[in-house]
Ligand binder design. Structure first.
Ligand code: FES
Ligand code: MG
Length: 592
């Protein structure tokens, strides 16, 4: 059956469909698949059964292109001698899911693990797109460890409004400020939102969706050049076909995620994330994927390996362009080519192409220097995340590539106090609390304030919410103050250009330091030291802690309760902790 005259592999699906020891059960397993026209000969031919984890649906609009692409995946699978079986992934739509899409990353993960473990599937195509759909499926592939390949759905076409590029997400954050400043009305705001989303596909900015697809490619889990192709382009359908063909070969080769998902691959993903100005959400997702793969990765690795990496990609929110231009400039391989030449990658590692990453990158230099900058003359130096710690949390990150000139000159460039600032905390208990009170003059918010939100972590929200990029009160925006320092135990949108201090772990809901902060306290941030502290004595903090951990709102559904009972903190990936030790579960397929 296989190329190269290798003996045919016996696939795990044959344990269901072609097992002489269990002919009674085989008949049962086979009969219902025949009801849509598949024949027992096909199922018993020794060909691999290739799952297509379908992430697209009407309520997953970012991934809806996969309903079309799956046809080309099937063509590729069939041409290469496999049998396709498509099934749904639990939907995860970033913008719409309440209380937050983050809670469903672990649900989609768990659902896919069960499907891949319990059904006769030999290898799988992971159809990725919207933010959490990529890590959820890669986490599951790592746990199950059957051959798996990522097919990105691709970003939307570039958005245009009044002759200017408008990127999804980024246009919303900007529009909200314009609305607050009285520069646009509601109708114009809706027009901008529509213009930023002109076609099928996921976010066209380097938000979390494009980031996570780029990192899947950097990990070696998709074909070369896969992630950046816009959803409606002809190359997207062609990539779907090639992906379908390749997964059949991978099934024969038994090329599993555990070969790709190594510490080296995750360190490269951290490096690539800095170079593309990637989303802050990459931090928990990378950590979660690494932990499920059993690869050693530490929260401090973001600082040790990523911080000094320069920004090479000129794409919103850190830069100017959107997804179409990035694709034409060479996409992720062009960025990695720069990093490879500079000796920044560990590229002698396997990928789903069957070649090493170094081989995949050969000849991939960009032809568009407005979009992909040379390593030696980057868009910005030291573009990776800062890792911060102190008496408010053990771990938080700050995305330095989005720090504006205004923010830099106001907070980070004061002579004698470079990269150090002290601000008066204004504390919000939730996003509702923020929206109700942000314009209250009583709060006395000015340029010397730091806006703090708590109760927004994995347990508190639940799921952990993208709420830390709080915009200043309208009065300040009208005066031209577009960003204040912000801090929180939640996350922020990957399309935001706010240099917030995010993902603070442990969160306030489990007794983290933010729980004891009060409005009026002075918070000192020192980016030279990587520290963030409230200037309150230990005795005073101990006194405040006597009040006990703040109550969290009750769970509204069974899954929320289960999630809260099992989830860890953002620093360690917000995994279901009890799931982390499970690996290679396809091996122990119980036949009951
Ligand atoms: Fe789904 Fe951005 S909201 S990709
Ligand atoms: Mg998001």
């Amino acid at each position: 059956m296989t190329d190269n005259n290798k003996p045919a592999r016996r696939f795990r699906s044959q344990d269901w469909f072609d097992n002489p020891d269990h002919i009674d059960m085989t008949a049962l397993y086979l009969e219902r698949f025949m009801n849509y026209g598949i024949t027992p000969e096909e199922l018993r031919s020794g060909r691999p059964i290739i799952g297509i984890a379908q992430s697209g649906s009407d309520i997953s609009p970012c991934n809806r292109i996969h309903l079309e692409l799956a046809k080309r995946v099937r063509d590729g699978i069939r041409d290469a001698g496999g049998i396709a079986m498509e099934f749904p992934l639990h939907p995860v739509f970033e913008n719409c899911r309440r209380p937050t899409a983050a809670i469903d990353r672990n649900l989609a993960y768990m659902g896919l693990v069960e499907i891949l473990h319990g059904y006769p599937i030999d290898a799988v195509v992971l159809t990725t797109g919207c933010d959490k759909t990529t890590p959820a499926q890669l986490m599951a592939a790592a746990t199950v460890d059957i051959p798996a390949i990522v097919l990105s759905g691709g970003p939307m076409l570039d958005g245009w409004m009044d002759g200017e590029l408008v990127g999804s997400g980024a246009a919303i954050w900007k529009g909200r400020k314009q609305l607050a400043a009285g520069q646009i009305d509601n109708e114009k705001f809706l027009q901008i939102a529509a213009a930023s989303a002109p076609s099928a596909g996921h976010c066209n900015t380097m938000g979390t969706a494009s980031t996570m697809n780029a990192l899947a490619e950097a990990l070696g889990m998709s074909l070369t050049g896969c992630s950046a192709i816009p959803a409606p382009y002809r190359e997207r359908g062609q990539m779907a076909y090639e992906t379908g063909k390749r997964i059949v070969a991978m099934a024969h080769e038994d090329l599993r995620p555990s070969k790709m998902l190594t510490r080296d691959a995750f360190l490269d993903a951290i490096v690539v994330n800095a170079a593309i100005g990637g989303s802050t959400n990459a931090q928990p997702h990378i950590m979660a994927m690494a932990r499920h793969a059993g690869a050693e990765l530490h929260p401090d690795d973001w600082m040790a390996y990523g911080h000094d990496v320069p920004l090479l990609l000129n794409m919103q929110p850190s830069g100017k362009f959107l997804g179409e231009r990035f694709h034409r400039a060479g996409g992720v391989p062009a960025i990695m080519w720069e990093l490879e030449q500079a000796g920044k990658l560990r590229s002698n590692r396997p990928t789903v192409t069957g070649r090493t990453m170094a081989e995949n990158l050969s000849g991939r230099e960009t032809n568009d220097r407005e979009v992909v900058y040379p390593y030696a003359a980057p868009l910005r130096e030291h573009a990776g995340f800062m890792v911060l710690k102190g008496n408010l949390f053990d771990f938080a990150i700050m995305k330095t590539s989005v720090i504006s000139e205004q923010f830099r000159s106001r907070y980070l460039s004061r002579p004698g106090h470079e990269n150090v600032f002290e601000c008066r905390a204004v504390v919000f208990e939730s996003s509702d609390d923020y929206h109700q009170r942000i314009n209250d003059p009583e709060l006395g918010i000015d340029e010397n304030s730091i806006l703090v939100i708590r109760g927004a972590g994995p347990v508190g929200w639940p799921g952990s919410a993208e709420v830390v990029n709080m915009q200043p009160p309208d009065a300040l925006i009208k005066r031209g103050v577009m960003n204040l320092p912000t801090l929180g135990d939640g996350r922020q949108s990957g399309t935001s250009d706010s240099p917030s201090i995010l993902n603070a772990s442990p969160e306030s809901a489990v007794g983290g330091g933010l729980a004891w902060l009060r409005t009026g306290d002075i918070v000192r941030v020192d980016l030279n030291q990587g520290s963030c502290n409230v200037l309150v004595s230990d005795e005073e903090l101990a006194e405040r802690k006597k009040a006990g951990v703040p109550a969290v709102p009750p769970s509204q559904t069974p899954w929320q309760e289960l999630y809260r009972a099992t989830v860890g903190q953002l620093a360690s990936g917000a995994c279901m902790e009890l799931a982390v030790p499970y690996r290679g579960v396809a091996e122990n397929m119980a036949r009951h």
